[in-house]
Design a protein around this ligand. Structure first.
Ligand code: AR6
Length: 188
């Protein structure tokens, strides 16, 4: 049974097998979660991103796609980098599908790498400006569908790590509305 949990906290502090990064197509780092992960994980992550750019991803990583690297010095084994859509950059339905794809692809690659516990941020809700409530609905329903498809056999936990009380409350309310049960520990 895959547990979907919510914590308010910093994703770089999570003791999980894989951490998902809200990256950009260049895979060269940036602000927000991306900056925090590269700072906390050290230069090994960027070195591997550069090798990926030089080999399979010469044009960069597409929106809605994901790749795996080492987690460097983070308390995790892998970082799964995904590129969220910029809110309003394309028609709403297309953007929403791309945001759902970020979660599906990230979890697929995490499972493929052997991860059983995965921490995920609220992709696209910072620099990329996706409204939190709508992003929460897409994120939670997509992850719940992935967990249900596999019958809960592949992943033990998908932990949403929300930065700040407001993001946490919004995710908790949406999880409740979707019937996903109690939100779990607030501090993480
Ligand atoms: N732990 C958990 N969540 C965090 C953390 C953290 N340490 N730091 C920020 N957040 P963003 P995006 C929250 O901007 O919108 C970067 O420059 C934040 O409050 O990190 O997908 C990339 O390089 C927000 O709710 O990602 C790209 O260029 C959420 O994480 C671009 O930003 C996502 O915010 C991607 O934009």
């Amino acid at each position: 049974m895959t547990q979907i949990t919510l914590v308010q906290g910093d994703i770089t502090k999570q003791r999980v097998d894989a951490v998902v990064n809200a990256a950009n197509s260049s895979l060269q780092g940036g602000g927000g979660v991306d900056g925090a992960i590269h700072r906390a994980g050290g230069p090994e992550i960027l070195a591997e991103c550069r090798r990926l750019r030089a080999s399979h991803y010469g044009k960069g990583l597409g929106v809605g796609q994901a790749v795996v690297t080492t987690a460097g010095t983070l308390p995790a084994r892998y970082v799964v980098h995904t590129v969220g859509p910029v809110y309003g950059a394309e028609e709403y339905e297309r953007g929403a599908e791309l945001l759902a794809s970020c979660y599906r692809e990230s979890l697929r690659l995490a499972v493929e790498s052997g991860a059983r516990t995965v921490a995920v941020p609220a992709v696209s809700t910072g620099v990329y400006r996706w409204p939190m409530e709508d992003a929460a609905r897409i994120a939670l329903s997509t992850v719940a569908a992935v967990a249900a498809e596999a019958g809960g056999a592949e992943l033990d936990e998908v932990r949403f790590v929300l930065f700040g009380a407001e993001a946490y409350e919004t995710f908790a309310q949406v999880a409740d509305a979707l019937g996903l049960g109690p939100a779990g520990p607030r501090e993480g």
